[in-house]
Design a protein around this ligand. Structure first.
Ligand code: MV4
Length: 664
C-alpha cells in the first residue's frame, strides 16, 4: 500500500480523504493557498506546502506545481478529490509521466466522457439505454430538422460540449425547431466554442438517479447501489439519498448492471458515477458519467457500510475490489444535506464572512458531519460556498428524515448566512416525506420552503432580552476590570424600583422593551403586552419560561449582534443605540465593517487627528456607499485595508486612540 499520498484539494473533501488515509496508516501531504494557511485540511495533514495566492487558477489548479511538490515530498500518489484537477486529462497524464499514481481513472476514460455525443455513442454500443434522439456528427440544419421530427415533442436540444445543465433548450413544436436550433447553436458556440447539438425526447417529470460504480485494474466492476439526487436548485444538488425511494429491486439491478457495462466500455478504473434520468414509468436512460468520487458519496457509504476512499486507495495500489457484487449489501436509509453559505431570501446569493459561532450536531452511528472548516474560519469568495455536508442514517427513510430535521436543528452558525433553515423546511416538508421526488421539487414547493418564523416576534424579543441580561450578569460577576464594557453597564444591575429599558432592532423595526426584575423573576414589557419570564443560561443555552411556556434557545451575542437559534430557525437582532457616543467606543477604539463590501476610499492616514463624526472610510455594498465615521475625537493608530479591498462584515477597518481628556 502507498505510505504517502498528496491531496490536491481543500475543504471538506481534503479532510475526508486524510481521515481515511490516516486510518490506513498512510501519511498525507496537503497543499494550500494564501487563503488556506490556517485551514483544517492543512492542520490535519502530516505536512503541507504553500502553492500560491487564493484564486484557484493560481493555486489548486496549478498542475505542474502540485506534481513538483509530490516529487519533492516523496508522495507516491495524488488524490484529486472532486472539482479542481479531478477530471483534467492532462493532469492525469502528467501524473503518469512523472511516475505518480493518479487516484482516479485513466485519462482515456476521462476523455471518453468529455463529449456528450461521443459518450452517447459509446453507451449505445455497450447496450446502455439512451433517451430516444439524435447524437450524430451530421449537424446540417436539414438533418437536425428531420431528426427533430422523428424524435417527437416536446424535445430537448443539448449542447454536445455542455454539461451540468448548461446549454439546454426545450422545444415544444415543429414550427419552433429552426429558430431554436439556430439560437442554441449560437449560444453553445459562444459558451463552449462548439455549436454542435444533440436532440433528445424531453422527459417532463424525471428523477435523477445515479449508480456508484467501482472497477479494479483487472477490469472487474461492481455497483454499490444508487443515489437519488432529484432535489436540486439550478443544477446544484441540495439533498441526496440512498437508496432511491420506490425503485424496484429489478430496476436497481438493471440500472446497476447497465452502469457497470458503461464503465467497462471505457476501461474504467476506480470510483465513478453513472447518472440516469429515471422516468415515472420506471424506465431509465443514461445521462452522463462522472469520472471522480462525488460530493454525495457518503450516503452510499452509510447504506453499504463501505469506505469508498479506502476502496479508491486499494484499487489505485492494484488490489482487487474489496467485495464481489453478491457481497454488496445495503441496509437502511441515508440522507445528505449540503450546508451552503448563501442567502435563500436573496435568491441564494453566495454569502461570505467569518464563522464567528459554529456548533455542530454530535456525531454518532446516525449522524456524520463532513466539513473543512472550524469556528473562526472565513468563508471567502474564492471557493465553493459549501460549509459542510450533514449525513444521517436510520433503518427507514422516515426515521432518517427525523434524524436530519433534528441534526439541522443542532447545526448552528452565526456570522455567515446559510441555507440551514431552508434545508430544515425541505427535509420536513410533507411532499418530501412522501418521496414526491422530481427535479422540479424546489420550484414546485416554494410555498413550503420559505416558512414564516416559528417564534412570534414578541416571544423572540423577550428571549433576546433574557439572553442579553443573563449573559451580561454572568460576565459582570467575573469581570474585575473596571474598564470592561460590562463593568460600565451597571445600569443592568437592576432593583425593584427600576425598569431597565432595552431597544432591539429587528430588520428596520426598533422595539422598545422595559424589563423589571424581582427575585430572579422578570417582567418584560413589549408592544403593550407584559410577559413573565424566568430563565437560566448555561454557556450559550437559554432555558426560559415565558408565561408558563418553557422554551429553550441557543444564542450568540457578538458586539451588538444577537442571534438566537430555535428549531432550525434563527432570530437576528441588534442591540440598538441612538448614537454611538464616546462611552461605547472607549472600550473598543476600533471600527468594523457593517457589512460585506468593498473599500471605495480611505480618507484618513495613520497619525491623523480626527473629530467625532468625521468620515474615515467609504465602503460600497449592494451598489450603495456607506461612510464609516469616527465615533469620537482621537488619533488614527492603524488602517487595516486599502482602497479596492474586499472586506467581510465585522472586519476591523481602522483603529483610533481616543483623546484622553474626552474620555474622562
Ligand atoms: C434531460 C431532462 C429531461 N429530458 N434530458 C439536466 C442536467 C443534465 N445533465 C441533464 N439534465 C436534464 N436532461 C431529457 N431528455 C431533464 C434534465 C434536468 C435535470 C436532470 C437531472 C437533475 C436535475 C435536472 C433539472 C432540470 C433538468
Amino acid at each position: 500500500m502507498f505510505s504517502k499520498i498528496l491531496i490536491a484539494n481543500r475543504g471538506e473533501i481534503a479532510c475526508r480523504i486524510i481521515h481515511t488515509a490516516h486510518r490506513m496508516g498512510i501519511r498525507c501531504v496537503a497543499v494550500y493557498s494564501d487563503a488556506d494557511a490556517d485551514a483544517r485540511h492543512v492542520a490535519m495533514a502530516d505536512e503541507a506546502f504553500h502553492i500560491g495566492p487564493a484564486p484557484s487558477s493560481e493555486s489548486y489548479l496549478k498542475a505542474d506545481k502540485i506534481i513538483e511538490i509530490a516529487k519533492e515530498s516523496g508522495a507516491q500518489a495524488i488524490h484529486p478529490g472532486y472539482g479542481f484537477l479531478s477530471e483534467n486529462t492532462q493532469f492525469a497524464e502528467a501524473c503518469e509521466a512523472n511516475n505518480i499514481v493518479f487516484i482516479g481513472p485513466p485519462s482515456s476514460a476521462i476523455a471518453a466522457m468529455g463529449s456528450k455525443s461521443a459518450a452517447k455513442a459509446i453507451m449505445e454500443k455497450a447496450g446502455v439505454p439512451l433517451v430516444p434522439g439524435y447524437h450524430g456528427d451530421d449537424q446540417s440544419p436539414d438533418t437536425l430538422r428531420q431528426e427533430a421530427e422523428k424524435c417527437g415533442f416536446p424535445l430537448l436540444l443539448k449542447a454536445v460540449a455542455g454539461g451540468g445543465g448548461k446549454g439546454m433548450r426545450v422545444v415544444e413544436r415543429m414550427e419552433d425547431v429552426d429558430d431554436a436550433l439556430a439560437a442554441a447553436k449560437r449560444e453553445s458556440k459562444n459558451a463552449f466554442g462548439n455549436p454542435d447539438m444533440l436532440i433528445e425526447r424531453y422527459l417532463t417529470q424525471p428523477r435523477h438517479v445515479e449508480i456508484q460504480v467501482f472497477c479494479d485494474q483487472s477490469g472487474k466492476g461492481v455497483y454499490l447501489a444508487e443515489r437519488d439526487c432529484s432535489v436540486q436548485r439550478r443544477h446544484q444538488k441540495v439533498l441526496e439519498e440512498a437508496p432511491a425511494p420506490g425503485l424496484s429491486e429489478e430496476t436497481r439491478k438493471a440500472m446497476g448492471e447497465a452502469a457497470v457495462k458503461a464503465a467497462q466500455a471505457i476501461n474504467y478504473v476506480g470510483a465513478g458515477t453513472v447518472e440516469f434520468l429515471y422516468d415515472v414509468d420506471g424506465s431509465f436512460f443514461f445521462m452522463e458519467m462522472n469520472t471522480r468520487l462525488q460530493v454525495e458519496h457518503p450516503v452510499t457509504e452509510m447504506v453499504t457500510g463501505q469506505d469508498l476512499v479506502e476502496w479508491q486507495l486499494k484499487v489505485a495500489w492494484g488490489e482487487p475490489l474489496p467485495l464481489e457484487q453478491s457481497q454488496v449489501k445495503t441496509r437502511g436509509h441515508a440522507l445528505e444535506a449540503r450546508i451552503y453559505a448563501e442567502d435563500p431570501d436573496q435568491d441564494f446569493l453566495p454569502a461570505t464572512g467569518n464563522l464567528r459561532y459554529l456548533s455542530t450536531p454530535d456525531e454518532s452511528a446516525h449522524v456524520r458531519v463532513d466539513t473543512g472548516v472550524t469556528e473562526g474560519d472565513d468563508i471567502s469568495i474564492h471557493y465553493d460556498p459549501m460549509i459542510a455536508k450533514l449525513i444521517v442514517w436510520d433503518e427507514t427513510r422516515d426515521q432518517a428524515i427525523n434524524r436530519m430535521v433534528q441534526a439541522l436543528e443542532h447545526y448552528r452558525i452565526a456570522g455567515v448566512k446559510t441555507n440551514i433553515r431552508f434545508l430544515h423546511a425541505l427535509a420536513d416538508a410533507q411532499p418530501f416525506r412522501e418521496a414526491e421526488l422530481t427535479t422540479g421539487f424546489i420550484e414546485d414547493h416554494r410555498d413550503l420552503l420559505f416558512p414564516k418564523s416559528k417564534l412570534d416576534t414578541h416571544k423572540a424579543l423577550v428571549l433576546a432580552a433574557g439572553f442579553v441580561l443573563e449573559q451580561r450578569k454572568s460576565r459582570e460577576v467575573i469581570s474585575t476590570d473596571p474598564w470592561s464594557p460590562f463593568a460600565r453597564q451597571n445600569s443592568w444591575r437592576m432593583n425593584s424600583e427600576y425598569a431597565q429599558p432595552l431597544q432591539l432592532q429587528v430588520g428596520d423595526d426598533i422595539h422598545d422593551l422595559k424589563i423589571l426584575e424581582r427575585d430572579d423573576r422578570y417582567q418584560v414589557y413589549v408592544g403593550g403586552s407584559v410577559y413573565n419570564l424566568t430563565m437560566r443560561l448555561d454557556d450559550d443555552y437559554l432555558q426560559a419560561v415565558i408565561n408558563g411556556h418553557r422554551i429553550s434557545v441557543h444564542g450568540n451575542l457578538h458586539n451588538d449582534q444577537l442571534v438566537l437559534f430555535y428549531e432550525g430557525d434563527t432570530f437576528n437582532c441588534t442591540l440598538y443605540k441612538e448614537s454611538y457616543g464616546f462611552e461605547e467606543m472607549a472600550g473598543e477604539g476600533s471600527l468594523a465593517a457593517p457589512m460585506n463590501g468593498a473599500i471605495v476610499a480611505v480618507q484618513a492616514k495613520v497619525g491623523d487627528k480626527v473629530k467625532a463624526g468625521q468620515s474615515l472610510v467609504i465602503m460600497e455594498a449592494m451598489k450603495m456607499e456607506h461612510a464609516i465615521k469616527a465615533p469620537a475625537d482621537g488619533v488614527v493608530t492603524d488602517i487595516f485595508f486599502a482602497e479596492g479591498d474586499q472586506v467581510s462584515e465585522g472586519a476591523e477597518l481602522i483603529a483610533i486612540e481616543v483623546t484622553e481628556e474626552e474620555a474622562g
